[in-house]
Design a protein around this ligand. Sequence first.
Ligand SMILES: *[C@@H]1O[C@H](CO)[C@@H](O)[C@H](O)[C@H]1NC(C)=O
Ligand SMILES: *[C@@H]1O[C@H](CO)[C@@H](O)[C@H](O)[C@H]1NC(C)=O
Length: 290
Amino acid sequence: MANSHLLLISIVLMGSLVAVLAAGNFNDLTEITWGDGRGKILDGGKGLSLSLDKLSGSGFQSKNEYLYGRFDMQIKFVPKNSAGTVTTFFLSSQGEGHDEIDFEFLGNVTGEPYTVHTNVYSQGKGNKEQQFHLWFDPTTAFHTYTIVWNANRIVFLVDEIPIRVYNNHESIGIAYPKSQPMKVYCSLWNADEWATQGGRVKTNWTQAPFTATYRNINIDGCVVKSGASSCASRSTDSANNAKPWETHELDAKGRNRVRWVQSKHMVYNYCEDSKRFPQGYSQECKRSRF
Ligand SMILES: *[C@@H]1O[C@H](CO)[C@@H](O)[C@H](O)[C@H]1NC(C)=O
Ligand SMILES: *[C@@H]1O[C@H](CO)[C@@H](O)[C@H](O)[C@H]1NC(C)=O
């Protein structure tokens, strides 16, 4: 009796572990939308590579649109001299006055650090950039990049370490992305006009094609189809049904980690750029960063 209980419990536990670790398939979740063969599905959909040469970059997007969710992607970036290249993983709605949540990774010359660029647009208005250097070389191994987006906040994470929290500040009149469903977009393209060291370093095409690889895509979100959200029926149930990302907030450990990243690894903060915003910073800059 005791043994069969134990067995049952371990089967249930294993089931939930598998559910957490199970990665989505790129064939099911996404479609390659541009690049004329430069985007390639790998390993039956377990991975996807994008490449860039002088003629074109490439990109893919999710088939579904989401309104809130947790979006995980493992990425290995263009190695060595990646100056001028930009690899992206972002969410965006379509049309005018769009909302957008950005992770962009700006390449660099060999030995110099990538820059992780983050931004949030609401109703067409961005200007909320924060940039970071990573505490590891993102070109030699896969690392996990995550966007958590719920009604209260947006959290950017790298290997589960929160690097930025953007709170819903509607109470002080700042628009927040909350009604326009978004798709996931990823791309590799040439941006040597501005990307590397302010545009001073150009892409060295003798080293093309450049390649970035994606794997372990995981989307746990509310799919929106013909105006209806897959989470709507659930939200009328008890709050106990909420998924972890729906109530995601930082505990003391998370707040310490953001403080660590922001004090050691942040290289740009729109809330501190007085040259660009001589009339003063956006209201949310005066609020706690959590
Ligand atoms: C490239 O390296 C330089 C020098 O270390 C650094 O200032 C810059 O932020 C790095 N990233 C980009 C995208 O230029
Ligand atoms: C581009 O790369 C090639 C091959 O590595 C190198 O010989 C050349 O000097 C590089 N060009 C520039 C402008 O750095």
